[in-house]
Each structure stands twice: as structure tokens, then as C-alpha cells.
Design a protein around this ligand. Sequence first.
Ligand code: NIG
Ligand code: FE
Length: 386
Amino acid sequence: MTSTVITGIGELVTNDPARDGLLGLVQDAAVVVEGGRIAWVGSAADAPDADVAVDAGGRAVIPGFVDSHSHLVFAGDRAAEFSARMTGEPYTAGGIRTTVAATRDATDEQLTGHVARLVREMLRQGTTTVEIKSGYGLTVRDEARSLAVARQFTDETTFLGAHVVPADLEPAAYVDLVTGPMLAAAAPHARWIDVFCEDGAFDVDQARTILAAGTDIGLRGRLHANQLTYGGGVRLAAELGLVAVDHCTFLADADVDALRDAGTIATLLPGVEFSTRQPYPDARRLIDAGVRVALASDCNPGSCFTSSVPLCIALAVREMRMSPAEALYAATAGGAAALDRDDVGSVAPGKRADLVLLDAPSYVHLAYRPGVPLVAGVWQGGRPVH
Ligand code: NIG
Ligand code: FE
């Protein structure tokens, strides 16, 4: 088995709780990779020999980003909707139906090609683990094939048949379809089940019914909640003890307390607020109250068409009062926790060797130099992929 030592790392972010500080920083570090896993982490001066040596040249190395929320399986384009929004139109969930029509018309090959392009785009920006949802098919056939496509790219697949009610069905009939034949067709391809719990999508009772149907057959639940308006979705997520609830823009104090007490992670998606001109969620309030947070892209054609976790980190720091360290942690270890994964999101012996080399002396540059392509190298499972 070939081993590789990456040496000359000016600053290594490990997220290892056995080390100091939130990020477990090691200065003048080295990492040894073997068989796709991290084999050794420490000071460059103590690094063991390996078959191959790579010199980081004093630059920073961080764990690969874990993007725990994306909607990559779709066809079509909604640039005109974005343009209208930037000149005063509000964002509504209704635009989802435009993408549904285009997705139903696309072939499997077109959908696969499109996801491949976006996953590649993510990889080049340092994302080595991505969750991918369905939700633009909304028929038994189209939800199942969306997930079959997603599964070619990730183990973290999420059935989101409950995205909106399609125009040709009554809500009650659609909930029956989602919890019946659609769930049965989707489940073999999915790890998670999600519901868009919001005015204009699904209410709390419907969300409860749909999540129960999924968890009854072994899927894990997650939720979109409190994105556009205040509602009971976040409270439901905490009550059900879900691993994560996503968006969390409009919260009462009782929601914050419920998240903390349940240990449910609040996944914040600042690219959405950037692209919809909505208020940003208050990360500082959540963190100060003891709620765990994750950061993810929510890459989708409507509310946020960015695949860039570095952009989300910069927005979280600038607009959501997170420190650069908190934002990076949320986009790596936080994302891993939101997917209930302990093999990614940190750099320690035994973890998957997902590493990102930055063209910068410190991780702080991710927020300090917004919009600059700083990712100089990416290893996924020990393989150089960029
Ligand atoms: O996470 N909130 C619901 N779904 C997506 C938006 C989907 C769309 O507008 O196409 C989101 O923001
Ligand atoms: Fe989403």
C-alpha cells in the first residue's frame, strides 16, 4: 500500500477535539495518508517517512468541506426569476414547479450529466462530501430516478418528494402518494427523508406524517423549516430528535431552547439569504445559546445557485456574526455531524483522507479574501482529485 506524506503545512486545521481550540490547529505540520485514510498527524519535524512526499510550501491545509444540504438533481434554469428578484420581486416556493416541469422532461443521461458537472464544480472548491436531495420530480417515477441518479455520486441521498404539492393534485392526495408508492420507490435509493415545512408547501401535521412514514421503513428524518416565515417546523424537528433542521431563519426563543435541549443541529444556508434578499439567520444567537450549527450551500436552481462553500463561509462571517473559526468548523465538522458521519469533517488517524490545500497561509483567508479561488489542491479518500 502506497503511503503519502504531505509536509510543509504552515497551518493544519484538524477539528480534532483532542487538540487545542475549536479547530485543533497544528502549526508546521505534516499528515500521512495510507489506504485512503489518515495514518498520522503531527509536527513536520516528527513526520515518519512515506513512499511519496508532497510539500505544501507553508500553506494551510483544512478538512474537505461537508456540504450537508443540496438539490443537485434538476434541469432547466431560473436566471430570469433571480433577475426579477433582484429588481424587487419576492422569492416564493412557487418557482419550484418551473424546475419540476424541466426535470420531468429531462432524460436520465441529462440529469446525470448535470449532477456530474455540479459535483465536479464542488470538488474544485473543496467539497469532498455532499448530500443530494430529490424533490424536482414529484411523481413516483421522477422521484425514484432522481435518487438513482444522486446515488451514483454520494451515499448521502435524501428523498424530498414533499417539496411542494404538484399543481395537478390536492394536498391530501399528494401526501398519500408521497407516503405510499412514492416512498416505496424512493426508499431503496435514499438514506434520508426530508420535508419542506413552510407556508405554501407542507404544514407541521403533514410533515409529521411524512417523516413518520419514512422513519418507519428505516430512513432518517431531516427538515427544511422556518425559512420564509415563522412556523412550527423547528419545534417539530427538536421534538422528533432529528439530527438536523435546515434554514432556521425565523426563530423564537423557545425554538432556540428546544434545539439546544434536543441536540438537533441548525444547518444555516446563507447563500439562500444572499440570493433571495431575505434576512440572514442569527448564527450568533444560536451558538451563544449552545445550539450546534452547520453551514451548507443549499445549491439549487431557485433560491440559491451557488456550489461554493467558501462563499457561504465568507457570508457567515460577514453577515451572521460567526468567527472565521466557527464558520470553517460548521462547514466541515458541523456538516459531518448534520449527516451523522464520524469518518469525515476532521483530520485524525483513521478518518477518510479528505484534505484541501489552500493557496493561503491560514484558513482565515477563506473569509478574509471573499470570492478568491483559494483551493489549490484536493484529496478525496487519499486520491488527488484537483
Ligand atoms: O432549500 N426551500 C425549499 N427548497 C429549496 C428551494 C427550491 C427552489 O426554489 O427551487 C431551498 O431553498
Ligand atoms: Fe433546500
